[in-house]
Design a protein around this ligand. Structure first.
Ligand code: FRU
Length: 493
């Protein structure tokens, strides 16, 4: 969470709600900056993916949503459903803040767990509280966070029931936390375990671990210890998420024989891989890295129908609040990325292979190396050769949008100046999806680089792609089919 998001909300959301909405539905449907094959709500602001789950043969995605405006506020859970994680239909909003309830200020992020025919969502309820009870201290010192639960026995997951009281009302006794949110639960043996994002001032962010034999009984959740934690960077900021004192959105899961933790802090997303000691419930970290070098935050994973671990992230805007309000929408979901852990404990990232069904014909590649993506849209696969240099640029007219290079002498990829060293055996592959105002790149099948770009006017420009390098580079490019006829502006009813 960014402090300006919350400050913005306090006291001003009603006014903004009146100002918003001047981007009418037809203009949203024809806004060429609105994506054609990424998930986003019909209008308004979205942020983190919440509680994605494969249930009853369908993929359900929820995410942080402001029903009133294209800026952060009044956090509710939007709901969309898909047969394949690619094509989406919007459903009614799953839950909104309950006046007088523990989530009266907002239903913050959380995660799903299916138990038989029932789906539980654990999430963070926030309410305005006294300074003593406040767990958010980066601004007004008055937001209390507690872990809440909602469940659904509805096969379509449209009807939800919230428990009136939190299942974990307060942080561990005696701990002065820098935040207390974004729960994620799983079952292991006879126990349910839950992680909560947190941290301690001047010490660093951490992940709190709880357990309970019953998921929905308040007060039964027992605090065990911090699963893992990190160091404060020493530079005090108003928002503890900006200096590493608070870790948001932890997601902990088994993968390919090891365990992986994902968390967000310092405006970035990190992963850790290692071993879980299941007797002591301690996580021994052996390797760490970043998940994306760009506009990608607060991701969450799920298992798909085939047991693959799928990563979803919030693609942030890089434009002003005024521009977001004028556009009438803000943010989108990343494309699904498949995660794997290799035998070295390194996280591998690839776009969901089934995305290739969106390919709508190959685009011509010039002999000199390069192509044009019409309508600011398309997919690119550029395979370089280890030991040979590679440079790929994308531009719109004279404006350069992105430059990726591979330096063979350092076996390193550089995306807009950000260096990413490859490991032995990694190939310098650039896989990119361009969609209206986003370029989502996966570098070396290892790390994302999500880049936003904006152009003026009502017509999407062509994007020129140029590839140069020493030898053996293979470039393929495709047009991409839209996943809806109206840029997903059909409202949930
Ligand atoms: C991450 C985050 C979460 C919080 C949510 C609120 O972007 O700050 O920690 O639950 O957004 O919208």
């Amino acid at each position: 969470m960014k402090i300006n998001r919350r400050h913005f909300l306090i006291g001003t959301s009603a006014l903004l709600a009146l100002q918003d909405g001047f981007a009418s539905e037809p203009s949203l449907a024809h806004d060429p900056r609105r994506p054609q094959f990424h998930l986003l709500p019909a209008k308004n602001w979205m942020n983190d993916p919440n509680g994605p789950i494969y249930f009853n043969g369908k993929y359900h995605m929820f995410f942080q949503y402001n029903p009133l405006a294209a800026v952060w506020g009044d956090m509710s859970w939007y709901h969309s459903v898909s047969p394949d994680m690619i094509h989406w239909t919007h459903l009614p909003i799953a839950f909104t803040p309950t006046p007088g309830g523990p989530d009266s200020f907002g239903c913050f992020s959380g995660s799903a767990i299916g138990v038989g025919g029932r789906v539980y969502q654990v999430y963070t309820g926030t309410r305005v509280a006294s300074k003593e009870l406040a767990t958010i201290r980066d601004g007004e010192d008055k937001i209390q966070e507690s872990q809440c639960l909602a469940y659904s026995d509805d096969p379509r997951l449209i009807q939800w029931t919230k428990l009136p009281q939190p299942i974990i009302p307060l942080p561990p006794t005696g701990m002065q936390v820098t935040g207390f949110r974004d729960p994620s639960a799983w079952k292991q043996g006879d126990w349910y375990y839950m992680t909560v994002g947190s941290g301690v001032a001047n010490v660093g962010g951490c992940v709190l671990l709880y357990r309970s034999k019953q998921i929905e009984v308040p007060t039964r959740w027992e605090y065990l210890h911090a699963l893992t934690g990190g160091e404060w960077n020493g530079h005090k900021t108003a928002n503890p998420c900006d200096d590493g004192e608070m870790w948001e959105c932890p997601d902990f899961f088994a993968l390919d024989g090891g365990h992986v933790l994902i968390y967000s802090t310092l405006g970035k997303v990190f992963w850790q891989s290692g071993e879980l000691d299941t007797a002591a419930m301690k996580f021994h970290v052996s390797k760490t890295g970043e998940l994306d070098l760009g506009a990608f935050y607060a991701p969450k994973t799920q298992l798909d129908a085939h047991g693959r671990r799928i990563l979803w992230g919030w693609i942030q805007e890089r434009r002003s609040q005024d521009a977001m309000r004028a556009a009438g929408w803000s943010g989108m979901m990343s494309l699904p990325r498949v995660l794997n852990l290799d035998s070295n404990g390194t996280l591998r990232v690839t776009p969901l292979p089934e995305l290739d069904q969106l390919r709508d014909g190959a685009l011509p590649v010039k002999a000199s190396g390069g192509c044009t993506l019409p309508d600011a849209s398309g997919e690119l696969l550029c395979a370089g050769v280890p030991g040979s240099s590679l440079e790929l640029t994308m531009s719109e007219g004279t404006t350069e949008l992105l430059r990726v290079r591979y330096l063979p002498e350092k076996h390193t990829m550089i995306a807009d100046g950000k260096e990413f060293p490859l490991e032995n055996g990694d190939a310098p592959v650039v896989h990119a999806f361009v969609d209206g105002s986003v370029i989502e790149v996966i570098l070396g099948q290892r790390i994302g680089y999500t880049k936003r770009f904006y152009f003026e006017g009502s017509v999407a420009p062509g994007i020129d792609v140029r590839v140069a390098g020493s030898s053996g580079i293979k470039l393929s490019a495709w047009k991409i089919k839209a996943i809806s006829s109206n840029r997903l502006t059909t409202q949930a009813s």
